[in-house]
Ligand binder design. Structure first.
Ligand code: PLP
Length: 387
């Protein structure tokens, strides 16, 4: 069946009430029929719910849908995108190991690589994600994972997944892809040779800015290792959040297509707007990796960046917005504008930001589902007021 159908028709088994929409299983644990069943469940001899830190019908349903949409063997739901990124890396890497990462990554992922993983003796090498050869040169005998984000947050840099997937498979090193910006509606990294996909479900998967959530999907053996780590370290997704996210997956393809159409309309118009130095969007011909974007992405995604004249002007634009929200989230029905330099990427040094294209005047726009003419009018007004 097609992804749209799978996202809608995959559902937890009906209860005795024959409900149409799946109920919310707000329960910490599940009851054993008898002593033998309890033993067998704990021994993993039979499937079934035991305790909501391990699994729950709502988290299972959400995971199963995402597994099908990404074309994965197995999957695991987690409390947030960062718990997914951390659990994936921590299950692959141990003391003395090394990870090669595309240098354009989300701010908290950067903190993991530079401050937290080194505490456990795990080293990293950052490479330019646009340079396919750089990954091969950075691999050492201790490299146990390759990690990339594509398109990256917020610079919208792409990584050639087919080339990197082939390299990773040839060298026997798992490739982990943060697919938060593209979602499986646009790109399925496992089809290109990735071993694991991680998600911040908080973004386009929820799509309405309500709950935090995360997931890991991919090769069964690697997901099993991640599940073991999560089961014993505890970043379980709450059943309520899973219920919301599973419902949201039903409309993912529909929403992402419209986000992308609105974003392309805005990006095209903003490129001609006075006061805008540069617009970056994967499906604009001016994007440096436009050909790759057309090859690898079904649509251009819901995020664009625009650059204005410096830090002070960027802040004046934010303060002059009347319709768009000024908030750190993205992937919402509401258009959200963020200034990475002073918020999401403020912990990076200026040099580190410059390397991944985050200039002081850069604004990230997560284009929502409002009418694009209304959003454009608001951005135009804010740009004019900031002059
Ligand atoms: C690309 C990317 N990965 C991971 C995360 C972290 O997700 P969460 O906030 O759900 O922990 C974010 C959050 O913005 C993100 O943009």
């Amino acid at each position: 069946m097609h992804p749209e159908t799978l996202a809608i028709r995959t559902q937890a088994a009906r209860s005795a009430h024959r409900e149409h929409a799946v109920p919310l299983y707000l329960t910490s644990s599940f009851v054993f029929d008898d002593a033998e069943q309890a033993r067998a469940l704990f021994a993993d001899e039979i499937p079934g719910a035991v305790y909501s830190r391990y699994s729950n019908p709502n988290t299972d349903e959400f995971t199963e849908k995402l597994r099908l949409l990404e074309g994965a063997q197995d999957g695991l739901a987690l409390a947030s995108g960062m718990s997914a990124v951390f659990t994936a890396l921590a299950s692959l890497l141990g003391q003395g190991d090394h990870v090669v990462a595309g240098r354009a990554v989300f701010g908290s992922t950067h903190q993991l690589f530079t401050r937290l993983l080194p505490k456990w003796g795990i080293a990293h090498t950052y490479v330019d994600g646009a340079d396919a050869d750089a990954f091969a040169s950075a691999i050492t005998s201790r490299t146990r994972a390759i990690f990339v984000e594509t398109p990256s947050n917020p610079g919208l840099e792409l990584v050639d997944l087919a080339a990197l997937g082939a390299l990773a498979r040839a060298r026997g090193i798992p490739l982990v892809v943060d697919n938060c910006f593209a979602t499986p509606a646009i790109t399925r990294p496992l089809d290109h040779g990735a071993s694991l996909v991680v998600h911040s479900a908080t973004k386009f998967i929820d799509g309405q800015g309500r709950v935090l959530g995360g997931a890991i999907v991919g090769d069964a053996a690697l997901v099993a290792d991640a599940r073991y780590l999560a089961r014993h370290s505890g970043p379980a997704l709450a059943p309520f959040n899973a219920w919301v996210l599973s419902k949201s997956l039903e409309t993912l393809a529909l929403r992402v297509e419209r986000h992308a159409a609105n974003a392309l309309t805005l990006a095209t118009a903003l490129e001609r707007e006075p006061g805008v130095r540069c617009v970056r969007y994967p499906f604009l011909p001016s994007h440096p990796q436009h050909a790759l974007a057309r090859r690898q992405m079904r649509w251009g995604g819901g995020v664009l960046t625009l650059e204005v004249d410096g830090y002070a002007r960027a802040r004046r634009v934010l303060d002059a917005l009347a319709l768009c929200s000024h908030s750190p989230n993205l992937g919402d029905t509401r258009t959200i504008v963020t200034h990475p330099t002073s918020t999401t990427h403020s912990k990076l040094s200026e040099a580190e930001r410059a390397q991944v294209g985050i200039t002081p005047g850069l604004l990230r726009v997560s284009v929502g589902l409002e009418h694009p003419e209304d959003v454009l009018a608001d951005l135009r007004g804010a740009l004019a007021a900031s002059a």
